[in-house]
Design a protein around this ligand. Structure first.
Ligand SMILES: Cc1cc2nc3c(=O)[nH]c(=O)nc-3n(C[C@H](O)[C@H](O)[C@H](O)COP(=O)(O)O)c2cc1C
Length: 390
């Protein structure tokens, strides 16, 4: 299963075509729309979220709510397009009064994009490098999430730090796997503790008042995974690298950790690894989950716990210095309407990225034509694993 996406931030729409989807998978627009709404939320978001009400439209590959095994086309309309029809026209000349954007923002793709593509207007870059594009990632990965739900896998995420205000977690990995998704979604910052949420909001207010922005960290948790997804045989099969690459593909993500990866670098082996034991009913289990659900590039069957770090948003009301690409003189960076903090939204995008990689791993292992065969293969695998552990 793969997808390609297209669409500019202020163009008519964002689209994606997902191919390799197994036949017979139930798809719910409601579920996808609910993930899209979660991506739009969060204290500290900018004005764009008030304009857009993201809703997916499925244009192919689904009949009577079930996939046909043919490519699935998804579309999200940009409601802001009506305000940009002249400045983002597909054909015709640029308007006489068009103001080119010539003051690239430090931390964004503006400068390197114009140099790379030989452009004289940062808008030609930022229309695609804008994280508006992550909306269609969430929609496309909605197909993967439906698949995972049907094979018993659940994904959620939560924010555990914003601008240095950190959620108190006694045992981060154990706590991470125990949170209730509902408690997370009740928080305006998708943080499962009320007092921490309030402290984080105050930090965001501080950043906004000083014309700046904030980053933070979040965790993605996946429960219900079967062991041995991924592979150790070839470097490209290692799920660690596929998942890491997927999370790093999200704009502004600058660090990724599996389990207690960074803490593990400081301790001796006994405190780092997860002892194996045999449960008569459940098979091979681990007494701890420091590895965060991955060993040797494969899932262990324990919860997958990934932590990611997001840098502060590049666009700031009080901008940093830059160079005007027309005059080559010192200037202040441009200040688009922007989020002050988007960590809760980035966490939802990370759920989507992780879901897509995991669905691919299931399909690689259990076949990809139709849900009946896939489920039968999963059952046969579960039986074999149990037999091995007796
Ligand atoms: C959900 C989400 C929302 C974002 N919102 C903004 C924003 O409003 N303004 C902005 O300048 N950057 C925003 N970013 C970050 C930029 O897209 C990102 O920093 C930029 O594309 C440069 O890529 P890099 O940070 O990976 O180097 C957002 C990122 C995510 C994941």
């Amino acid at each position: 299963m793969q997808y390609v996406s297209a669409g500019e931030s202020h163009g008519p729409a964002l689209t994606a075509i997902v191919s390799g989807v197994p036949a017979g998978l139930t798809i719910s627009e409601k579920n996808i729309n609910s993930d899209l709404a979660r991506r739009q939320g969060g204290y500290g978001r900018g004005g764009r979220q008030k304009i857009e009400k993201d809703r997916v439209q499925i244009l192919s590959g689904v009949r009577f709510g079930k996939t046909l095994g043919t490519p699935v086309t998804l579309m999200i309309q940009n409601d802001d397009w009506v305000n940009w029809t002249d400045r983002m026209a597909v054909f015709g000349d640029a308007p006489q009064d068009l103001v080119r954007e010539v003051t690239p923002r430090p931390g964004h793709a503006d400068l390197l994009g114009v140099l790379k593509n030989d452009m004289d207007d940062c808008r030609n870059i930022l229309e695609r490098s804008s994280a508006r594009e992550t909306a269609i990632r969430v929609a496309a990965s909605g197909i993967a999430r439906e698949f995972l739900a049907e094979v018993g896998v659940g994904i959620y995420s939560y924010v555990n730090c914003i601008g240095g205000v950190t959620l108190d977690e006694e045992d981060p990995i154990r706590d991470a796997a125990d949170y209730r998704p509902l408690a997370i979604e009740m928080s305006e910052l998708r943080c499962p503790d009320e007092a921490t949420t309030e402290a984080m909001k105050a930090r965001i207010d501080e950043a906004r008042e000083s014309g700046q922005s904030l980053g933070g960290t979040f965790r993605v948790v996946v429960n219900g995974l079967l062991p041995t997804l991924g592979g150790f045989e070839e470097s490209r099969e290692r799920l660690t690298s596929k998942l890491g690459g997927a999370v790093f593909s999200i704009p502004a993500i600058k660090g990724v950790e599996f389990g207690i990866g960074f803490q593990n670098a400081k301790v001796m082996g006994r405190e780092a690894h997860d002892e194996i034991y045999l449960d008569k009913k459940k098979g091979f289990l681990r007494s701890t989950n420091r590895a965060g659900g991955l060993e040797g590039g494969m899932t262990t069957g324990m919860p997958l716990v990934i932590t990611a770090a997001m840098k502060p948003i590049p666009t700031q009301i009080d901008p940093l210095n830059t160079v005007n690409i027309d005059t080559l003189e010192v200037a202040k960076a441009s200040t688009e309407r922007s989020d002050v903090c988007a960590v809760p939204a980035a966490a939802v995008v990370a759920e989507a990225e992780v879901a897509f990689v995991l669905a691919q791993a299931y399909l690689d292992k259990f076949g990809g034509d139709n849900m009946t065969d896939i489920k039968a293969n999963i059952e046969a695998f579960k039986k074999r694993i149990k037999t091995m552990s007796r």
